[in-house]
Design a protein. Sequence first.
Length: 123
Amino acid sequence: MARLLMGAVMIFQMTTTAVLADDSESEQPEEQDIEVVEVPLNPGVEALLDCISWAESRNKIYATNPRSGAAGPFQFVWSTWKSTPQGRAGLSPYDPVAARTAARWMIAQGRVREWAVVKAGLC
């Protein structure tokens, strides 16, 4: 059964409107428009992410490797986690959405082979 994965991308479009009243010289506050655009995710990348998460942690959110300290469903070592936008933002590798987004970002950056399961050809 095929499933369609959709991601939401928030695009903020700032517009400033300065309207002067007929009898007043004061400006009205800025007006903001927010547009939400649905962007389909790449099914191949999503399948790869599913494979990596299963191979690394059996999809266990709180998995921790006692030897390396690798954490979360994608088993990020802390130095790798801190190199991702999510890690730099102070998010946790145990947060499944943050971890998957960071893993997706790593794939987009050409860093997919940092996972041993990918190097070994298991995913």
